[in-house]
Design a protein around this ligand. Structure first.
Ligand SMILES: [Fe+2]
Length: 200
């Protein structure tokens, strides 16, 4: 494989101090380094900036740019705000619940935990409007193997139809309370094509 891991991901921030404080205070992320130039190293464009690196654990770096000469940041008005987000893994479910309680005690609105079967997540926003997710992994090797197995066929079907593809819908049957419905659908599918789909 060509890649070893994510080196860093970079997002824009409104105020570097506010951003560094938020990630340090609420997610215990260490402020690793700052880089500041008048010109962009890759393009050589003049654009003074402040660039900071924050430690997201195990060599993962979350980076931000503050670019005061550009108009204030907005977001793509055509993309719902749950779509683009950054997800961080925490140790386990108790850690996730403790993080939720701590964020809420500090006045941060938190959504979840949401049960994705292979992990549970909470969601909230940073001061820049970037959506953040904390994840407690609850996957088993069997779950991951089943998902991997159906992924190529799911992609093919989606590419063809652009309609919801159901082979991994068991992931959210508990969250949506559709466990029984999924089972009924699987029975119908079995009747129709003789296959036995996995029902989680
Ligand atoms: Fe996510």
């Amino acid at each position: 494989m060509l890649l070893e891991r994510i080196h860093h991901v970079a997002y824009r921030c409104r105020d570097t101090r506010e951003t560094v404080d938020f990630y340090r205070d609420h997610l215990d992320m260490e402020f690793l380094l700052a880089i500041s130039e008048d010109r962009v190293p890759s393009t050589k464009e003049p654009d003074p900036y402040m660039h900071v690196f924050l430690d997201a654990g195990q060599g993962n770096v979350l980076a931000f740019f503050e670019i005061p000469d550009s108009p204030p940041m907005g977001r793509d008005p055509n993309t719902p705000d749950w779509v683009q987000h950054i997800a961080f893994k925490v140790k386990d479910l108790p850690t996730l619940l403790a993080a939720k309680a701590r964020l809420e005690a500090r006045g941060i609105e938190v959504t979840g935990p949401t049960n994705h079967e292979m992990f549970q997540s909470i969601y909230f926003f940073d001061p820049n409007g970037h959506r953040l997710e904390l994840v407690a992994d609850t996957s088993t090797p069997d779950m991951l193997a089943r998902l991997r197995e159906v992924a190529p066929a799911m992609l093919d079907e989606w590419t063809r139809t652009r309609r919801t593809v159901r082979q991994a819908a068991w992931l959210h049957s508990r969250e949506f309370g559709t466990k029984k419905l999924e089972f009924m659908q699987s029975v119908i599918q079995e009747d129709n094509d003789g296959t036995t789909p996995f029902v989680g």
